[in-house]
Write a protein that binds this ligand. Structure first.
Ligand SMILES: [Ca+2]
Ligand SMILES: [Ca+2]
Ligand SMILES: [Ca+2]
Ligand SMILES: [Ca+2]
Length: 429
């Protein structure tokens, strides 16, 4: 159903001034609106701002805010509020479809209750004063402060707030200005197009034979898969889940080989792939990000989540152990940093490119920080050399390049770190 909203911004002035960008002050006055001089001045200022907005170009490379390969119709109109540069997305049966991040960033607004204006909506800060806004969502699945990657599920498309039918109202902003939308390096031409939001997400895990971790990417196609690099360089594809799910790996069946899995932020269902087939469990809450590890060192991995700045680890009996570590915008990693068989916790701060690794020895927590990677890198850890100690790694999206760094068994206590190896894998963004 092709619909568009009536008017979202509560401010009449925003609506009028943007819609009449080419109308002279005299003409506005002639409408008999009885505006004051101060209001007229404000109107002129906003008209100038709009003219300037037309020339602004985001530095961030956005993709359509929908799963890879889905088809959408884009439109706007002269009186589209708060700017004619806002984009309405529609598709057949679009109500309830997943809405995903058009680029990576930090969630600065996650309104899951509003019934006016933008309704339930999400704002993402991409840095450099650039933001995107996703409005009229049916439900919001993220929480404020978290770092989201390109393609991360934000909510379901809906018609909440000041909207007359299901659609996504989307804005790219620079500072306070809504600017013309750019996708995949090209300024949007309104009409029909297919989403190229097909980002690879880096993963490290021993998914294949051999006893050491492979590098892999979770490929966010509609039907998602892990694309694993075999040690001879060949590619092995393991299909599981959907493109808007979150990847999570672990040894679900305890056979010593890691297995693939996904977490659906909409339903909190985990799909765990093992030798015997797929198994699903339900665990988690809104905004949770999945993690896994062998918390009790019995060989079978358990699940957990990162919620805010805490890890919540689920034991075999269902008991939850809460471990605070790092900040809300850090990305969670798990691994056995000291090789004692117990999976440890860690976080990677994408702003500073620093891993914070936590181990527990004789009941006492120890923290170690390791700088690795560059701004914009994503973490991917694994036991690259198969010695039982999980090593560090990051992936640079613009190069599709893994940087692997060995962590030796004594690293946690003596500060010894091994060499760095660079391997290209996955698709560049
Ligand atoms: Ca297994
Ligand atoms: Ca276990
Ligand atoms: Ca350990
Ligand atoms: Ca290792």
């Amino acid at each position: 159903m092709r619909r568009s909203e009536q008017r979202e911004a509560p401010s009449f002035w925003t609506h009028l001034t943007v819609a009449t960008a080419t109308v002279s002050l005299a003409a506005v006055t002639a409408l008999g609106l009885g505006i004051t001089q101060a209001e007229a001045g404000s109107s002129v200022a906003k008209t100038k701002a709009s003219a300037k907005a037309a020339t602004l170009v985001p530095t961030v490379n956005h993709q359509f805010p929908f799963v890879c390969g889905s088809s959408w119709t884009t439109s706007t109109r002269a009186n589209h509020s708060p700017s004619s540069y806002a984009v309405d997305f529609n598709a057949p049966n679009d109500a309830g479809q997943p809405v995903v991040a058009s680029a990576r960033g930090t969630v600065t607004k996650a309104d899951n209750s509003s019934t006016t204006g933008y309704g339930r909506h999400v704002v993402i800060n991409h840095g450099n004063g650039e933001t995107t806004l996703y409005a009229h969502l049916e439900k919001v699945f993220v929480t404020v402060g978290v770092t989201v990657d390109q393609g991360t599920l934000l909510g379901n498309l809906g018609t909440t707030g000041n909207s007359s039918g299901a659609h996504l109202h989307y804005e790219q902003k620079i500072g306070s200005s809504v600017v013309p939308a750019w996708f995949n390096g090209t300024r949007l031409t309104y009409g029909s197009a297919t989403s190229k939001n097909c980002a690879d997400v880096p993963v490290g895990a021993d998914l294949l034979e051999g006893g050491s971790a492979e590098i892999a990417v979770f490929r966010r196609n509609d039907e998602a898969s892990y694309v694993v690099r075999r040690n001879d360089g060949a590619s092995v594809s393991l299909a599981v889940g959907r493109g808007y799910h979150q990847p999570v790996v672990g040894d679900w069946d305890g056979d010593g080989q890691l297995d693939t899995g996904t977490y659906d932020p909409r339903t909190h269902l985990w799909t765990l792939a093992g030798e015997a087939g797929f198994r699903t469990i339900k665990s988690g809450a809104r905004g949770d990000r999945p993690v896994a590890g062998d918390w009790d060192a019995d060989g079978v991995w358990e699940t957990g989540v990162r919620r805010g700045s805490n890890f919540r680890l689920k034991g075999d009996t269902g008991k939850i152990t809460v471990v605070p570590l790092g900040d809300v915008d850090d990305l969670p990693v798990t691994g056995d940093w000291n090789g004692d068989g117990v999976t440890d916790l860690g976080v990677y701060d994408p702003a500073t490119s620093v891993f914070t690794l936590r181990t527990v020895v004789n009941g006492k927590a120890q923290i170690r920080t390791v700088a690795h990677g560059a701004a914009g890198d994503l973490p991917a850890v694994g036991d690259w050399n198969g010695d039982g100690v999980t090593d560090l790694g990051t992936w640079t999206p613009s190069l599709a390049s893994f940087s692997q760094r060995l962590l030796t068994a004594t690293s946690m206590s003596k500060g010894v770190l091994g060499r760095t190896t660079v391997v290209k894998w996955g698709k560049k963004r």
